[in-house]
Ligand binder design. Structure first.
Ligand SMILES: NC(=O)c1ccc[n+]([C@@H]2O[C@H](COP(=O)([O-])OP(=O)(O)OC[C@H]3O[C@@H](n4cnc5c(N)ncnc54)[C@H](O)[C@@H]3O)[C@@H](O)[C@H]2O)c1
Ligand SMILES: [Zn+2]
Ligand SMILES: [Zn+2]
Length: 373
């Protein structure tokens, strides 16, 4: 079918997104066609444009945070039907590999290829200007239709509005799971969250669910700090130094139980800042993406080892998409988790470059692209 999509022809050059006609093939074996309601703008897509995440293939159709309705089912798909309301998971889960069957679905073998610029079978479903187009996360939600591997498509309760549900494709489970699972937060914890944007704000929500006593949001942007308090942060400060002073008072000098890093771009110095704030035996969770080629990091290795701390990487908040996407949708339905409040502004696909400018300028918790009927 003919449709439109936002492509990067020269990833890594900050050239921005080109909205143009694309040709979408019908779903093949193990795939479905989904008509999207909306797509969130996650900072990971910006990393493709800036080159912090280099890509092996161009052009690429961006976007990996979408929800919509299944409109066509390819062969060999047995658990999805036309009309199903679905969230697209930015990482697929085959349900069969060693990682999937041992409770690590976020690290499914299929996920290794999400940035390869090809469908899982090595070919392209999308074409533009006579060339095969790659899709971010096998999805490409910066287009009103997506041909997705069924392994990345998760059914949700049809009563849940699809526009807010699109954020459950990436930002919400990534942040929420960083607190709930990756940090294994405990009742009464003192926690610090560096960066309360689209991902970090959900780390705040996760900390609330886990019963953290002190939730300190750190963000240089005043609007983000104000919002963090609305989402349940008990304190909000602009800098690491201010957080250090607060945590010292709160914990009688011991340090925070958990520190979560959800800034836009992880730089080497932030790990040591987090380390300094963490108590003996505490946990530092690194969720934010660093530039892929960055190797330098500051870290007080001696104190880290001698105080028994843990530095925990966190992919998709260590969530299991088939369990946690419906769970988060249900928490929203019961009024226990906010999604609508995460959406600061909606855009049309044609205005996608304005949406990315707003992301970089810190104007949005989440910007969302909305597609017409
Ligand atoms: N690990 C994963 O599975 C995964 C999934 C999705 C996104 N991410 C990554 O998470 C990060 C956050 O994404 P997002 O969409 O929330 O971005 P965002 O732009 O919405 O939010 C980032 C926030 O960090 C703040 N910030 C910048 N420097 C800071 C500092 N030194 N201290 C404190 N706050 C600071 C910004 O003001 C902003 O509010 C990105 O790196 C993204 O690529 C990782
Ligand atoms: Zn994302
Ligand atoms: Zn798997």
């Amino acid at each position: 079918m003919q449709t439109v999509g936002a492509l990067l022809w020269e990833p890594g050059t900050r050239s921005g997104w080109s909205v143009e006609e694309i040709e979408l093939d019908p779903p093949e074996a193990g795939e479905v066609l989904v008509k999207l309601t909306s797509s969130g703008i996650c900072h990971s897509d910006d990393h493709l444009d800036t080159g912090d995440i280099p890509l092996p293939w161009a052009p690429i159709l961006g976007g990996h945070e979408g929800a919509g309705v299944v409109t066509e089912v390819g062969p060999e798909v047995h658990d999805l039907a036309e009309g199903d309301h679905v969230v697209l998971s930015f990482l697929p889960s085959c349900g069969r590999c060693r990682m999937c069957v041992s409770g690590r679905a976020n690290m499914c073998d299929l996920g290794a290829g999400v940035l390869a610029g090809r469908a899982p079978d090595g070919t392209h479903r999308i074409h533009a200007r006579g060339k095969g187009v790659g899709a971010m996360s096998y999805l490409g939600t910066f287009a009103p239709y997506v041909v997705a591997p069924a392994a990345a498509v998760v059914k949700i309760d049809p009563e849940i509005p699809l526009m807010p549900a699109s954020l459950i494709g990436c930002g919400v489970p990534t942040g929420w799971g960083s607190s709930v699972y990756a940090a294994d937060m405990q009742l009464g914890d003192t926690v610090v969250i560096f960066g309360t944007g689209g991902v970090g704000m959900n780390a705040v929500q996760g900390a609330v669910h886990r019963g953290a006593k002190n939730i300190v949001a750190v963000d240089p942007v005043e609007f983000k700090r104000d919002k963090a308090k609305e989402f349940g942060a008990t304190h909000a400060v602009a800098t690491h130094a201010e957080a250090a002073g607060l945590v010292e008072q709160m914990t009688n000098g011991q340090g925070a139980d958990r520190v979560i890093i959800t800034v836009d771009v992880a730089r080497g110095e932030i790990v040591e800042q987090a380390n300094q704030l963490t108590r003996r035996g505490g946990v530092i969770v690194l969720t934010a993406a660093a530039p892929v080629l960055q190797r330098d990091v500051q870290f007080d290795l001696f104190t880290f080892a001698m105080s028994g701390k843990r530095l925990q990487g966190s992919l998709y908040g260590t969530t299991q998409s088939r369990n946690d996407i419906p769970l988060i949708a249900d928490l929203y339905k019961r009024g226990q988790l906010e999604l609508d409040e995460l959406i600061t502004r909606t855009y049309r696909l044609e205005d996608i470059n304005e949406a990315f400018a707003d992301l970089r300028d810190g104007r949005n918790l989440r910007g969302v692209i909305v597609y017409d009927d």
